[in-house]
Design a protein. Structure first.
Length: 88
C-alpha cells in the first residue's frame, strides 16, 4: 500500500508550467505596480520555463512579452516625467 503517488518524470515539466503561469501573472500585475521589479522577474521566469520545456509555451511567451512591456511602460513614464520613477 502506497500513501503517496509514485514519482514521475512529469514533475519537471509541471514546474516549468508553473513558471510560465507565474511569469504571465507577474507581467500582468507589473503593468500596474512595481514594473521595475516585476518586469525582469517575469522575463526571467518565462525564459526559464521555455528552457525547461514547458507545455504552456504561449503563456511563457505572453509572460515574456508582458515583462518587456512593463519595462517599456516604465521607460515611457520616466521620459514623460523626467524622473527615475513614475506616479499618477
Amino acid at each position: 500500500m502506497h500513501l503517496t503517488a509514485p514519482a514521475t518524470a512529469r514533475t519537471g515539466a509541471r514546474d516549468a508550467d508553473g513558471m510560465a503561469v507565474a511569469s504571465f501573472i507577474l507581467g500582468l500585475i507589473g503593468l500596474l505596480v512595481f514594473n521595475v521589479f516585476l518586469g525582469p522577474v517575469a522575463i526571467a521566469l518565462a525564459a526559464a520555463a521555455l528552457w525547461r520545456g514547458t507545455d504552456r509555451k504561449g503563456r511563457a511567451y505572453l509572460g515574456m512579452g508582458l515583462g518587456v512591456a512593463d519595462l517599456l511602460v516604465l521607460l515611457a513614464f520616466m521620459q514623460a516625467d523626467n524622473t527615475l520613477s513614475w506616479s499618477f
